[in-house]
Design a protein. Structure first.
Length: 661
């Protein structure tokens, strides 16, 4: 279970600032097959009808056409689409862009008409091209064909890539000798296979093209029980396997948050792997009957959809913890990782307690924290020394504190959460998740800087591959004004799992006042995950800081109902940025009559409108209400106008944070 509930939820919307169309091909219009691409207009047509293609896939398609049959490496693509100085999950971004190009071109990757994958290298556009130059300067629409270098013009006027040069006769002799050596090696390989000399085979062929898995996604296990009520069990098993595999520090394992979107979505594994940016997929099924389970699992090298390993297990439910450890060790060996030591003996958990715990997690991830608490408590009643159940119970208490309007009884709820978490760590101090929850709760809820920093370091020490732990530590380090360290932690989090907190790096760059890099990062992220609310929330705030007010207002307007959006845009037309800021502040105040509105949100709205006194008053109210997000005030660009005020510095001191001057 993650602690992302400690951070604010964004708002929907996706209006991006248009980019300049790059100079592309010698001819402005390119014809291939039944398609026509007008590069200057960024317009793709099929049989005269316009086809929608997003910005990044369009730029990649233009790049492929520019090369006209030559290989385009992934490095060239990264440099063209993002540049060297902006971090984004480029592997995932490239794969998604290629998939979208193939979708609109109706291209089959197995039998490509247009885009050919060169495994491990990049891509090549293989269709004949017809390049046309439009002479618009003179007002003449006549078109002249341009024949680029590296192609041959056929009698029909099509351009086809020149054939690859054939090897020199002496080279062919060398190839024949190499073939003879290969035939001999095949014979040796057959002998080794017959003898099943696994270790020797691995040593000899470790660098001869054998698939190696460096990153892995555990797809949701399929529930084969025939009972929909058993979904919680399949999901729980998926989570447990993910957690145990992630403990291997040399393997990147994608989080549950990113993977669960593929539950009951039957798609080609190669596509799923490309979207998640992994080269390995673990999939399978689980069937439960009473206290017996049957588990099937298979490991697949996704780029070639090659099965590397498969196994079936029949176990008693009470042996489940041992089975999960065994399975994690087996998979680690199969992907070529070193398992230097056996895992510690797993505490034996009563089947009934484990069942209640899995139900608790199921309801927790479903957003039903109160319901999850019932089952965590039941698991603890059945087995008082169940550390994970105590940690789950703590999460449910903390969620109530974060998600509820301030009221006195929440202090008691907070104390119960802290007590449950301390109990979890007393039972199992090696639980990285529990230490990460302790870091987040201590810092954001308890405003205890010392404990928060210490516990976040401990969580990462226990599990350096946990993207959530790096994300939490980044937030804490920003509060401590250790911006360079904080930015490094957020980059690590994004590298480990870019879909966990898509806006994370953009927000971190905003905190570091690197606005241009932040906007570029979030635009790129919006191309990959256009549905993510946090990305668009961060974008409109960044546009505002860059004084790109028109773009900011357009983005912000998408977060409101149509009537309110129209009012916002009208206020901007009449009063510019100040008019828009005043409207937003007034609108936020109106909402107070209908629902709880955090004074921290009102402080930001007042700051954007330039009202210093009102901003300080709302911040002081936030301090009285113990609003968790107040620990970010040292980094918020909106609050720069009151940073030197003594009342602001007094709040900083009360929080135990370094001076924000």
């Amino acid at each position: 279970m993650k602690v992302s509930y400690f951070f604010a939820v964004g708002k929907p919307g996706a209006i991006l600032r248009p980019e300049e169309v790059p100079a592309a091909l010698p001819g402005e219009v390119v014809k291939f097959g039944e398609f026509e691409l007008d590069c200057s207009r960024y317009q793709l047509l099929r049989a005269g009808r316009r086809i929608k293609l997003e910005k990044l896939p369009m730029e990649l398609l233009i790049l492929l056409l520019e090369k006209q049959g030559r290989l385009v490496t992934r490095e060239e693509i990264v440099d063209r689409l993002w540049g060297p100085d902006v971090f984004v999950d480029t592997e995932h971004g490239i794969n998604t862009a290629i998939r979208k190009i193939r979708n609109v071109l109706r291209d089959d990757p197995e039998r490509p008409r247009f885009v050919q994958t060169v495994t491990g290298k990049g891509y090549r556009f293989v269709a004949p091209l017809n390049l046309i130059t439009q002479q618009r300067e003179s007002g003449n629409d006549n078109r002249t064909e341009a024949v680029p270098s590296g192609t041959t013009q056929t009698q029909t006027g099509l351009l086809v890539p020149r054939p690859m040069p054939q090897p020199h006769p002496r080279g062919r002799g060398l190839l024949r000798k190499a073939a003879m050596v290969l035939v001999g090696s095949i014979g040796i390989t057959a002998i080794l296979v017959g003898l099943n000399v696994r270790g020797l085979r691995q040593q000899i062929f470790a660098h001869a093209g054998e698939p190696r898995i460096h990153s892995l996604a555990v797809l949701p296990l399929e529930n084969l029980s025939g009972d929909p009520a058993q979904e919680y069990f399949a999901d729980g098993m998926t989570d447990e396997l993910t957690t145990r595999l992630a403990q291997n520090q040399t393997l990147r394992v994608i989080s549950r948050t990113s993977v669960m979107q593929y539950k009951k979505v039957h798609r080609p594994l190669a596509d799923v792997a490309r979207e998640l940016g992994v080269d390995g997929i673990l999939e399978g099924s689980v069937e439960r009957s009473g206290n017996r389970i049957h588990l099937n699992a298979q490991l697949i090298y996704a780029p070639h959809e090659r099965h590397l390993w498969a196994e079936s297990y029949d176990r008693d439910l009470s042996d489940l913890a041992a089975l999960q450890s065994e399975l994690a060790q087996t998979i680690a060996r199969e992907v070529g990782l070193t398992t230097t030591q056996s895992p510690p003996a797993a505490r034996r958990i009563r089947p009934e307690a484990y069942d209640a715990y899995l139900l608790g997690r199921y309801y927790w991830f479903g957003g039903k924290a109160a319901k999850s608490r019932e089952y965590f408590e039941k698991a603890i009643q059945l087995q008082p020394d169940y550390a994970a159940a105590h940690a789950g119970l703590a999460d449910s208490y903390f969620f109530e504190v974060v998600s509820s309007p301030p009221k006195p009884e929440l202090q008691e709820t907070l104390k119960k959460g802290e007590q449950s978490l301390r109990q979890a760590l007393a039972l199992d101090d090696s639980d990285a998740h529990a230490h990460n929850t302790m870091a987040a709760s201590s810092y954001f809820l308890g405003w205890d800087v010392r404990v928060g920093e210490r516990e976040s370091a401990r969580a990462i020490e226990l599990n350096p591959r946990d993207a959530e732990a790096h994300y939490v530590r980044s937030k804490i380090l920003f509060g401590l004004r250790r911006d360079d360290e904080a930015l490094r932690e957020q980059r690590l989090s994004m590298e480990l799992d870019p879909r966990l907190h898509p806006a994370g790096l953009g927000e971190a760059l905003m905190f570091a006042r690197e606005y241009d890099a932040a906007i570029a990062e979030l635009r790129a992220r919006a191309e990959v995950q256009p549905e993510d609310q946090d990305v668009h929330e961060a974008l409109w705030k960044l546009y505002w800081q860059k004084k790109m007010y028109a773009e900011s207002v357009r983005e912000l307007a998408t977060t409101y109902a149509p009537k309110s959006a129209a009012e916002l845009q009208d206020a901007f037309r009449r009063g510019g940025a100040q008019g828009a800021a005043e409207w937003q502040l007034a609108h936020t105040k109106k909402l107070q009559a209908q629902m709880y509105v955090s004074p921290f949100d009102l402080a930001h709205a007042a700051a954007r409108a330039g009202h210093k006194e009102e901003t300080l008053r709302y911040l002081e109210q936030s301090c009285e209400e113990h609003v968790p997000w107040l620990v970010f005030i040292g980094n918020q660009p909106d609050l720069d106008l009151i940073r030197s005020e003594p009342r602001f510095q007094a709040i900083i001191r009360k929080l135990g944070l370094p001076s924000a001057m």
